[in-house]
Ligand binder design. Structure first.
Ligand code: SF4
Length: 228
């Protein structure tokens, strides 16, 4: 197991590495454009704890008890990112999640994110080359989603003994000290879903991240330590 301070450093390093990599793409997303900010954004409990720490520091923890943060009733169990990839790698068909809750994210205030510095990776990766408010579909460049998914997998892997679910589920669960009853247990990286034509774009992202040193150890070593 990795200590919480190291986990936080690893998460920040991953966020920063992804942000630098994503700068090379021409996305149209701007402040005030919030079509993708829905209650269906998913995250890990590791990221949820960062949000709770941020809210506590600004005396905003009571927000989590507001009706807008109540998880959707009768949720069905879902694949996490790593269990989804695992099923694909084994050639199994995966049932698409149903009934996503597309109401606005409760952290969206006046078309801006009110927890921007600690928004989870699911929010950071969402981007489009065309205005998705017009087309209803986010246009992502080839390989972009493969790179982003690989990093989602790394976050889930680092959150050993953690949970995965929608943001409202995770926050409600963490706040009630019962996160697992609101989401799915996290799983280790089973491999990555990177098509041959995506390797040239995604490998530098992954290898660059894995080589970065945190507390004198490469990121890749911390990934191995997270699931001994
Ligand atoms: S946390 Fe922020 S960026 Fe993410 S969906 Fe909510 S408002 Fe949007």
């Amino acid at each position: 197991m990795i200590s919480r301070p190291i986990q936080r450093q690893l998460l920040t390093t991953l966020y920063d590495t992804f942000a630098r990599w994503a700068e090379d793409f021409s996305f149209v997303c701007r402040k005030g454009c919030a079509t993708c900010c829905t209650r269906s954004v998913t995250m890990t409990s590791l990221e949820g704890n960062e949000i709770l720490t941020f809210l506590a520091a600004s005396n905003r923890l009571p927000e989590i008890a507001e009706p807008a943060f109540q998880p959707t009733a009768n949720r069905k169990s879902q694949c996490t990112t790593n269990t989804f990839v695992d099923a694909h790698l084994r050639g199994e068909s995966v049932e698409e999640a149903e009934n996503w809750d597309l109401r606005p994210c409760p952290f969206l205030k006046e078309e801006s994110c009110s927890i921007y510095p600690v928004r989870p990776f699911g929010c950071r990766l969402f981007a489009s080359m065309d205005p998705c408010a017009v087309s209803g579909v986010a246009e992502m460049p080839p390989g972009y989603l493969a790179g982003a998914t690989a990093l989602l997998q790394c976050i889930e892997h680092l959150d050993n003994d953690g949970c995965w679910g929608t943001m409202v589920e995770m926050l409600a669960g963490l706040n009630n000290k019962a996160a697992i009853s609101y989401g799915e247990a996290t799983a280790p990286i089973p491999g990555f879903l990177i098509a041959p034509e995506e390797h040239a774009l995604v490998e530098p992202l992954l290898q660059g991240l894995f080589a970065l040193k945190i507390a004198d150890r490469p990121f890749k070593q911390w990934l191995e330590d997270a699931r001994p």
